[in-house]
Design a protein around this ligand. Structure first.
Ligand code: FUL
Ligand code: CA
Length: 498
């Protein structure tokens, strides 16, 4: 007996400790996550949220005719890149930090960058590779090689096709959609353009054709094709259903920019691409009817297609960084168009700017100063380990800090052993539980008191704030308005070195 007592882990106190530990872990496990709030993202939307920055490739007949909107009457023989290099295009996007590429497989002129079985107006009747080439094949294969996701743009408006505006065209359009969705591997996004109907060649008719934007494409059933053939793809248009147009082609979101949205049409009828108050897309709708986050599209040049006289007008890395903060930094995505030239390559001017932009981002985001903070929260949900504030600095968007249901406006203090200098704040909400935070503020401890240096509204997938550099060893995040208890995934502090 004596001997037994001398073995420490068998002492009665030890049993008590083990018991207490057991009870605590059981209690922790029993603390439920917060109930979801409002509409929620689907799995494909969640995947898409992580992409943040990806590219657009506008390439086609317009590249060779120096146009933006081809009429549909130019010979397919005009398409003739002298040195098409999918590897150069995709590896440039990869080196630039892009996560995917969307290709204009068919623009408004109707010319197809793949040898569609349904029209003669394609690469198969061009001199390029003696009509044996397939741009969609080569770009999608290069994307797979470099680990980029691949998306397709198939213009609903077709200024070449004789049947455009008639019922027969819809079948043609859907057949082409099926070709793209079945022959080229996984597609992450299908981009439905909102420009619909107008003048065109239309098989020689050479006239103006108007369509009823709300009904002509029978959207629901067209979208259904995407759901069936590529269930993991997100569908983009002026009205989603998965991703919404931000309402401008300048590459920035509004502030606030909610991930949720209730689209409204111009005339009160059913909303449709081309029949929506698109300006509302900039801000979205707080606690809106649909989870429909914004995508900010813009070209690195004034035009969407390559024009040699715009070589000196490529956006600088500083301009791109500003747009990045106003798109990704407002919970939207940044879709940057980088048009291949007549050779079929990304021009030097564009790739130089892309790499400088990448360097600017790297200089800011490689060192997260919040990683070393000691975090204390005014409330932790059920006092459970699962919801500790340390989850904010573990680099994992799936773990989060949450509070008890009744606590809607908690505070979080960050303390640092050494003083830090920062001028960028990054916040990310835990999206599977909905967009829960309406307002927040950030303070630093200065001259023995808190001083507010930043505040904002929507967070969603990410909120980036940038201001003047601050030196401090103590900072504070306050959630100042939230209809339910918040659930925050990540918090980062960075310094933009100039
Ligand atoms: C617009 C089109 O009309 C432009 O040519 C371009 O493709 C842009 C991305 O979308 O609606
Ligand atoms: Ca986390």
């Amino acid at each position: 007996m004596k001997k037994l007592q001398s073995i420490p882990f068998l002492k009665p106190e030890s049993f008590l400790l083990v018991y207490i530990f057991f009870i605590i872990s059981c209690t922790n496990e029993r603390v439920n996550p917060p109930g979801p709030y409002g509409v929620l993202p689907t799995n494909p939307q969640m995947q898409w949220h992580q992409m943040e920055y990806y590219g657009f490739l506008h390439f086609g007949l317009n590249t060779f005719t120096n146009q933006e909107w081809g009429y549909g009457d130019v010979s397919a023989e005009t398409f003739n890149p002298t040195d098409f290099d999918a590897d150069q295009i995709v590896s440039t996007a990869k080196a630039a930090g892009m996560t995917g590429l969307i290709l204009t497989c068919k623009h408004h002129d109707g010319f197809c960058l793949w040898p569609s079985a349904y029209t003669a107006y394609s690469v198969k009747n061009s001199p390029w590779k003696n009509g044996k080439g397939d741009v969609v094949r080569e770009i999608s294969a290069a994307c797979a090689k470099y680990g980029l996701k691949f998306g397709v743009y198939l213009s609903p408006w077709d200024r070449n096709h004789a049947d455009y505006g008639k019922v027969a065209y819809l079948e043609y359009y859907r057949n082409q959609l099926k070709e793209l969705l079945t022959h080229y591997g996984p597609i992450f996004e299908v981009w439905f353009d909102g420009a619909n109907g107008g003048t065109g060649w239309y098989g020689g008719a050479d006239e103006e054709r108007k369509i009823d934007r709300s009904t002509y494409y029978d959207r629901e059933n067209t979208w259904q094709i995407v759901r069936e053939l590529q269930p993991n793809a997100v569908i983009f248009s002026d009205v989603g259903p998965d991703i919404r147009w931000v309402g401008n082609e300048e590459g920035f979101a509004g502030d606030p920019c909610w991930a949720t949205y209730t689209p409204r049409s111009e005339d009160g009828s059913q909303t449709a691409p081309g029949n929506v108050k698109y300006q509302l897309g900039q801000n979205g709708t707080c606690n809106g009817k649909f989870w429909m986050p914004a995508e900010c599209d813009v070209s690195i040049r004034p035009g969407w297609f390559y024009h040699s006289d715009q070589d000196s007008l490529v956006k600088s890395s500083e301009v791109l960084l500003d747009l990045y903060f106003k798109s990704v930094g407002r919970g939207a995505s940044f879709l940057l168009n980088i048009p291949p030239d007549k050779q079929g390559r990304i021009p030097k001017e564009d790739s130089v700017s892309l790499m400088q932009f990448k360097n600017l981002r790297d200089k800011i985001f490689t060192k997260d100063l919040a990683a070393k903070a000691i975090l204390t929260a005014s409330n932790i949900r059920g006092d459970a380990d699962k919801f500790l504030p340390v989850n904010l600095i573990d680099g994992n968007v799936n773990t989060y800090w949450a509070t008890d249901d009744v606590i809607h406006t908690p505070e979080l203090i960050l303390e640092f052993e050494d003083f830090i200098v920062f001028n960028v704040i990054s916040l990310q909400e835990n999206l599977p539980l909905g967009q829960r935070i309406n307002k927040w503020a950030f303070d630093v401890w200065e001259n023995d008191e808190w001083k507010e240096i930043a505040n904002g509204t929507s967070i969603g997938s990410r909120r980036l704030w940038k201001g003047e550099p601050k030196t401090t060893n103590k900072a504070r995040l306050r959630i100042t308005e939230s209809p339910v208890c918040p659930a925050l995934s990540e918090l980062g502090l960075y310094l933009e070195k100039r």
